[in-house]
Design a protein around this ligand. Structure first.
Ligand SMILES: Cc1cc2nc3c(=O)[nH]c(=O)nc-3n(C[C@H](O)[C@H](O)[C@H](O)COP(=O)(O)O)c2cc1C
Length: 346
């Protein structure tokens, strides 16, 4: 138990309401294990959409197993839901969701640790029942109050409210966290996490003030000592980013946020011309990540990149972030108590 224990930490069985959310199409086994080991909840990400989905599932499973070897704490898997124009769920989603459920079923140790499945992008529909029946806690990431209500009605256990400032896939509604999160927390009763723009204890305290029960970070955790997924140039591009250096472009499932560079400029131009090469988008993201070509590859990152100035050690960062949030709340409550008697006297 920590000072910040709440419904969410109890549901998921973690110490601090701090989550590292999915960072596909990259792997994140080591980052996820570090966040879980530090008392938060780490997440294994979806490894892209290869033509051979069995191969993709083998890759995903190996990342899950790697994470389980590095920590004995609970962790999650993020699987974006791909849907085509008529709302039909795409084969990669079906393969990955069923594959994860089977992997857990066949391994009792994994079943104990891989306890959370986070869906994002499209609506998980029929998979909600399947995820629940398998005994997993189901989190779903949404960009509007309408989607939050629909998720709760479908039996989702935790809603992640995604603001437009976030890195990677951003909500089509273009709602920012400060408006969206309280709209959602006053509309549904399951726990809500804020995702987008959080980077320290002040962000966590603010999220709690908005009615959320935790935060889900992306960009902040990339720039860490535990990172093994992203090339050092990628981390440097985030460290060098200033306000206004990010831009939203059309990603794989809708709007996507990354840093301004040759790749994002050329994608925006292709978008206007209508000749975007969809497969090239994922290759471009992977190019920036693996070769460090942060000019010709898409560098997914949130607006918060402008506020990231140091490489963190996750093992220290997570408890410090929780301590800072508790201190901020305590300090605000303390200053309020000091002012109240004065106001009464006046
Ligand atoms: C490099 C990168 C890749 C991402 N990939 C995914 C993904 O595969 N699935 C998903 O639901 N969200 C994805 N996101 C969004 C994150 O899970 C998280 O919600 C977001 O980063 C939060 O905003 P922040 O970057 O301001 O912390 C990605 C974000 C980044 C920066």
């Amino acid at each position: 138990m920590s000072a910040l224990s709440n419904r969410y930490t109890e549901l998921v069985g973690i110490e601090y309401p701090i989550v590292q959310e999915g960072l596909g199409p990259f792997t994140t086994a080591k980052i996820a294990a570090a966040v879980s080991q530090a008392g938060g909840l780490g997440t294994i990400s979806m490894p892209g959409m290869p033509e051979d989905l069995s191969e993709g599932m083998r890759t995903l499973r190996s990342h899950i197993e790697q994470c389980a070897e590095l920590t004995d704490k609970p962790f999650a898997v993020n699987l974006p839901v791909g849907v085509d124009h008529d709302g039909t769920v795409l084969p990669f989603t079906d393969t990955y969701i069923r594959g994860v459920l089977e992997a857990r079923k066949s391994d009792a140790a994994l079943e104990k640790q891989l306890t959370v499945l986070t869906t994002s992008a499209g609506f998980p529909g029929e998979y909600c029942g399947m995820i629940k029946d398998a005994g997993l806690i189901h989190q779903h990431k949404v960009g509007s109050t309408h989607q939050a209500r629909k998720s709760e009605d479908a039996g989702v256990d935790v809603v992640i409210a995604a603001g437009f400032e976030m890195g990677g896939h951003a909500p089509a509604s273009r709602m920012h966290t400060f408006v969206l999160v309280p709209n959602i927390t006053e509309s549904i009763s399951v726990p809500v996490l804020l995702t987008g723009g959080a980077r320290d204890g002040r962000g966590l305290a603010a999220a709690l003030a908005l009615g959320a029960e935790g935060v889900a970070l992306g960009t902040r955790f990339i720039v860490s000592e535990e990172n093994e997924d992203w090339h050092p140039h990628y981390l440097q591009a985030i460290l060098d980013a200033a306000e206004g250096d990010d831009v939203a472009f059309t990603g794989v499932y809708g709007p996507c946020r990354g840093l301004r560079n040759e790749a994002s400029r050329s994608l925006l131009e292709s978008d206007v011309r209508g000749d975007v090469d969809e497969a090239e988008k994922i290759r471009s993201m992977q190019r920036a990540q693996s070769t460090g070509d942060t000019e010709n590859g898409l560098v997914l990152a949130g607006q918060v990149a402008a506020s990231i100035h140091e490489v963190i050690r996750i093992s220290e960062f997570v408890p410090q972030m929780a301590d800072e949030a508790a201190a901020v709340i305590e300090q605000l409550a303390g200053s309020l108590q000091k002012q109240l008697p004065g106001r009464v006297r006046a």
